[in-house]
Design a protein around this ligand. Structure first.
Ligand SMILES: O=C(O)C1=C[C@@H](OP(=O)(O)O)[C@@H](O)[C@H](O)C1
Ligand SMILES: C=C(OP(=O)(O)O)C(=O)O
Length: 426
């Protein structure tokens, strides 16, 4: 296994233009496919999760061209649903933002499809989405375990109408349902069962649907209405914002060991909820400056926080490792769904934080972290989870440095993360 040794970093400084948002890239690719007209996406993310979406679209006959760096994509919209003459088997890695939306989108047209993924994808639930799509007439079969990929879809189009969907495991199910709703045969009225998690991701979905000309009426995240007869229309050009979750590592770095770090491509005008990570960091004592299109974090003494992190589950992992550099006990709550992401992140985080000497309490849906008096160096296991690798890079600010096992797992969302991180430390 490859290992990356990060020697102690005494100062981190400078500016980084954050690569495109994963959440926006994959949503925009799918909406551009369904839309009328040609869309040019700029600052598209070039990473595994986006490659799975792009490869699937190609296999489904969507015409697009990519620039040399894979960051500009011109897509010819289908002006409607995806149909396939012969059955198609799509492999979607471990990309939730490809698996869930494509599962829904493929039920809209005609054809036979199978959706498969990496072993971990087969442990990540999709039953709540499948149940909702079945209420609208979808024919979906589980090929291994009920409630989980791989799936077989026999598509004949979706009826509209009233539909209930559980919201308490993942917002991606609702995102997928919302995106297909305008292309069903009737109005769609969605009722959320249970408390919806990760709400800001629904705001991203609705904002992008708006940019493609479709209106969603949101009744306080409990009911959503989508009127029939709406059509996705290309906005022409669409600039993908920098990824706010990816920005979190650099902002935390600035707060712990700046100098100052400026992230560009994401700022106060962002549609991504993960920019609220900067507020959480500020609560810990960081000196934060906001611009329309940038955020700066400067070094300050950090103290612990006790915070509900349901709205920023991905960036919350960065707070967990930043807590090693804060006084007091940090408590991150309402994060049950960390357990069903790339790995069981609550278990993995607890094990790895203990390796560096932290006192950790792992609850079913929370974690508390007390920094050690002396931080130990360790070889951090990353569980094929890009965010485990990236958030533990902050341990390079300890006097003893850190070793990251399998650092290349960042390819899911940020292939050259460690090059960029160490560049700012030079
Ligand atoms: O819709 C999205 O783009 C995402 C939603 C979140 O998932 P959950 O809704 O499952 O928390 C987040 O963790 C994931 O990285 C991306
Ligand atoms: C949960 C994540 O990914 P996915 O889109 O596969 O759910 C993540 O990127 O942290």
């Amino acid at each position: 296994m490859k290992q990356l040794r990060l020697e102690p970093i005494n100062l981190i400084n400078g500016e980084i233009n954050i690569p495109g948002s994963k959440s926006i890239s994959n949503r925009a690719l799918l909406l551009a496919t369904l839309a009328k007209g040609k869309t040019t996406l700029t600052n598209l993310l070039d990473s595994d999760d986006i490659r799975y979406m792009l490869a699937s679209l190609k296999q489904l006959g969507v015409n697009y061209s990519l620039s040399e760096q894979n960051t500009v994509c011109e897509i010819e919209g289908l002006n409607g649903v995806i149909n396939a003459q012969k059955s198609q088997a799509l492999f979607l890695g471990n990309a939730g933002t490809a698996m869930r939306p494509l599962c829904a989108a493929l039920t809209l047209g005609q054809g036979e499809f199978t959706l498969t993924g990496e072993p971990r994808m087969e442990e990540r639930p999709i039953g709540d989405l499948v149940d909702a799509l079945k209420q609208l007439g979808a024919d979906i079969t589980y090929l291994k375990n009920a409630g989980f990929p791989p799936l077989a879809i026999n598509a004949t189009g979706l009826n509209g109408g009233d539909v209930e969907i559980a919201g308490d495991l993942s917002s991606q199910f609702l995102t997928a349902l919302l995106m297909v709703a305008p292309l069903t045969r009737d109005d769609v009225n969605i009722k959320i069962k249970g408390e919806l998690v990760s709400k800001p991701y629904i705001d991203i979905t609705i904002a992008l649907m708006n940019q493609f000309g479709v209106t969603v009426i949101n009744h306080d995240y409990q009911r959503f209405e989508i009127k029939r007869g709406q059509q996705y229309v290309s906005p022409g050009k669409l600039l993908v914002e920098g990824d706010a979750s990816s920005a979190s590592y650099f902002l935390a770095a600035g707060a712990i060991q700046g100098g100052e770090v400026k992230v560009t491509g994401v700022g106060k005008k962002s549609i991504q909820g993960d920019v609220l990570f900067a507020d959480a960091l500020e609560k810990m004592g960081a000196d934060i400056e906001w611009g329309d299109d940038y955020i700066i974090a400067r070094k300050s003494a950090l103290t612990s926080i006790d915070m509900d992190m349901n709205h920023i589950p991905d960036a919350a992992m960065t707070i967990a490792t930043a807590a090693i550099f804060a006084t007091g006990t940090t408590r991150l709550t309402n994060i049950y769904n960390w357990r069903i992401k790339e790995t069981d992140r609550l278990a993995a985080m607890a094990i790895e934080l203990r390796k560096v000497g932290a006192e950790v309490e792992e609850g079913q849906d929370y974690i508390t972290i007390t920094a050690p008096k002396v931080i130990n160096t360790a070889a951090i296991d990353t569980y094929n989870d890009h965010r485990m690798a990236m958030c533990f890079s902050l341990l390079a600010f300890a006097d003893c440095g850190i070793t990251i096992n399998d650092p290349d797992c960042t390819s899911k969302t940020f292939p050259d993360y460690f090059t960029q991180f160490t560049r700012l430390a030079d």
